[in-house]
Design a protein around this ligand. Structure first.
Ligand SMILES: C[S@@+](CC[C@H](N)C(=O)[O-])C[C@H]1O[C@@H](n2cnc3c(N)ncnc32)[C@H](O)[C@@H]1O
Length: 257
C-alpha cells in the first residue's frame, strides 16, 4: 500500500499491468476499498486529486505541459498571439489542459467531455478555467450544441491524452475539427503506433488524408514520452501542432459513420 498525504491510499496488483488503459488500482477512500481501472474516469474524477496522483505523480504524465508549450511556441513563431485564441479543449477531463492554456495566456477556453464527473471535477478543482463546459458525446453532438460552440468562434482545438483507447474516436476528432474556424490552430497528442502504417484505429489514415489534402498544415511533430505504463514501460506519443486550412469534407466525415 502506498501512503500518500492525500485522503486516499492506492496500491497496485502484484502482477503489474502492461496494457495501457487496463491498469488496475486498488483505492482506499473514506473506509471503502475499490478496484478502479485506469480508464474508469467517472470513478477517478469523483475522488479529488486521484487523477493527478495516479497519472502525473506516479506515472509521470507531462502531456498538458508539452502540448500547450508547443502550441505557445508555434503560434508565437508564426507571428500570431496566444491572446487571440479561443480554444475548444476536447476530452477536457478535470481541467489540467485548460489550466495550462490559461497559463500560456489564451483568451477563452471552452471544454467538452462525455462524462458529467469530468465537468464536476473541473469546477471543483479548477473553477473559472472554462468559460463554458459542455457534457456531450462528440460522436453524437446535437446541432443546437454545435451551434452554441460555433457562436464562440473557436479558432483553436486541443485534444490531450484523449484519442483512441475507447476514448475519442476519429469521428469525434473530425466533428470537433470542423467546429474550429479556418484558419485555426490544432494541437493534440496521439500514441506513436496510431500514426504508423499498421494502425487500425483510423487515426493514421485521417491524419494522412488531412495533411495530403492540405486541410491540416502540420507545423511541428515531436515524439516524446507521454507517461509510464503500470509496469514501467514508456508510452511514447507524438505531439502535433498545425494550422487548420479548411473543414473536412462531407465525404471524409461519412467515411467514419
Ligand atoms: C485521459 S482523459 C484526458 C483528460 C485531459 N485532456 C487531460 O489531459 O488530463 C480522456 C477524456 O476524454 C473523454 N472522452 C472520451 N470519449 C469522449 C467523447 N466521445 N466525447 C467527449 N469526450 C470524451 C473522457 O471522458 C476523459 O475525460
Amino acid at each position: 500500500m502506498v501512503k500518500t498525504d492525500q485522503p486516499f491510499k492506492v496500491s497496485v496488483p502484484k502482477d503489474k499491468c502492461s496494457q495501457q488503459g487496463e491498469e488496475i488500482f486498488i483505492v482506499n477512500y473514506k473506509g471503502e476499498e475499490r478496484h478502479i481501472r485506469a480508464h474508469d474516469y467517472h470513478e477517478i474524477y469523483a475522488i479529488p486529486n486521484l487523477y493527478e496522483y495516479l497519472f502525473y505523480d506516479n506515472y509521470k504524465c507531462c502531456s498538458p505541459d508539452v502540448i500547450c508549450s508547443l502550441l505557445d511556441k508555434t503560434v508565437t513563431k508564426s507571428g500570431s498571439d496566444t491572446s487571440d485564441l479561443t480554444v475548444l479543449d476536447v476530452g477536457a477531463g478535470n481541467g489540467m489542459v485548460g489550466e495550462k492554456l490559461n497559463e500560456i495566456g489564451v483568451n477563452t477556453v471552452l471544454g467538452i467531455d462525455i462524462i458529467q464527473e469530468a465537468a464536476e471535477a473541473a469546477e471543483r478543482d479548477r473553477p473559472g478555467i472554462y468559460e463554458d463546459y459542455y457534457i456531450e458525446d462528440l460522436t453524437q453532438l446535437p446541432q443546437s450544441v454545435c451551434q452554441e460552440i460555433e457562436n464562440h468562434n473557436p479558432n483553436c482545438m486541443t485534444i490531450v491524452a484523449a484519442l483512441g483507447f475507447d476514448d475519442i474516436p476519429p469521428l469525434a476528432f473530425a466533428n470537433a475539427f470542423n467546429m474550429i474556424s479556418s484558419p485555426g490552430w490544432i494541437a493534440f497528442n496521439i500514441k506513436d503506433e496510431f500514426c504508423s502504417s499498421k494502425d487500425c484505429t483510423g487515426f493514421s489514415k485521417l491524419i494522412d488524408n488531412m495533411t495530403k489534402s492540405s486541410i491540416l498544415d502540420v507545423k511541428v511533430k515531436e515524439r516524446y514520452q507521454h507517461r509510464l505504463c503500470q509496469d514501467g514501460t514508456p508510452l511514447n506519443y507524438f505531439a502535433i501542432v498545425g494550422q487548420k486550412k479548411e473543414d473536412l469534407t462531407e465525404k471524409m466525415l461519412s467515411s467514419f459513420s
